[in-house]
Write a protein that binds this ligand. Structure first.
Ligand SMILES: Nc1ccn([C@@H]2O[C@H](COP(=O)(O)OP(=O)(O)OP(=O)(O)O)[C@@H](O)[C@H]2O)c(=O)n1
Ligand SMILES: C[C@](O)(CO)[C@H](O)COP(=O)(O)O
Length: 225
């Protein structure tokens, strides 16, 4: 089954502290976004990519796609203030796709197995996300004091890709926009509509490069690939 891939790539990388879009930072001399795009290059199910970017960075991204010979068809969409706004613009550009996968540009180490399982469950259930069981103890903290230790046995750390029947995702984004609801992932927008979201096993290697330490981890993953 074919899908359109929406990659939100219009962030500012504030937590990285590099003063630029972290997706442009090199990891073993190759820009982070290129590593992410390469993860989908061999996936014949991926029909096209909607890359959601800051319009001011369009020429830069276009040059990178050419320089690194990205073969998949790539459409550019203009990102917004929040990740959710950017994904919504990408979904609107995904037009006639039957299925849409949304994957953070900041997650370069996704595997074909994780992609396939998310797509399979999106087809089966209408919506799916990959995730991994939480490894640390999780506490609710207020004013520097622990107020609750949350039972970890049912807690999962959610990743991307997240996969959806296109109509479900579009309706969820439009309802969230109407309600001025801001979620941190797309699956939460579908959940709030009362739709079920399947959870597939992701990977602890499928990190989101967010803070400077993640760059060291990313280099290490590539050195040991
Ligand atoms: N307005 C935004 C914010 C984020 N993203 C994208 O969503 C993904 C996950 O977001 P995050 O890791 O938070 O990236 P940034 O927003 O750039 O990081 P920060 O929050 O530290 O600024 C990234 O690929 C980022 O480029 C986006 O397309 N549009
Ligand atoms: C979508 C996501 O990667 C799932 O864990 C995460 O919520 C993105 O959060 P961010 O703050 O926009 O990076």
């Amino acid at each position: 089954m074919k899908y359109t891939l929406v990659i939100p790539a219009a962030g500012q990388g504030k937590r990285m502290g590099a003063g630029k879009n972290k997706l442009l930072l090199p990891v073993r001399s190759v820009p982070l976004i290129i590593h992410t795009l390469r993860a989908f290059e061999q996936d014949a199910q991926c029909e096209k990519i909607v890359l959601v970017i800051n319009p001011e960075e369009k020429a830069l991204f276009a040059r990178l796609l050419q320089e690194y010979r990205v073969q998949k068809p790539v459409l550019f969409a203009a990102g917004g203030a929040e990740r959710q706004d950017s994904v919504y613009q990408g979904v609107l550009m995904a037009e006639s796709a039957e299925y849409i996968l949304v994957h953070d540009g900041a997650r370069p180490f996704v595997t074909q197995q994780v992609i396939d399982e998310v797509l399979h469950m999106a087809i089966e259930c209408g919506a799916a996300t990959c995730a991994v069981p939480v490894k640390d103890t999780v506490k609710r903290v207020q004013d520097g004091m622990a107020v609750e230790t949350i039972d970890r046995s049912s807690l999962w750390s959610v990743q991307t890709p997240q996969g959806f029947r296109a109509g479900i995702l579009l309706a969820a984004h439009e309802a969230a926009k109407q309600a001025a609801f801001l979620g941190t992932d797309d699956a939460s927008l579908v959940e709030r509509m009362g739709e079920r979201v399947a959870v597939t096993l992701g990977s602890y290697y499928n990190i989101k490069v967010t803070t400077p330490d993640d760059l060291i981890v990313a280099e290490s993953f590539l050195n040991n690939a």
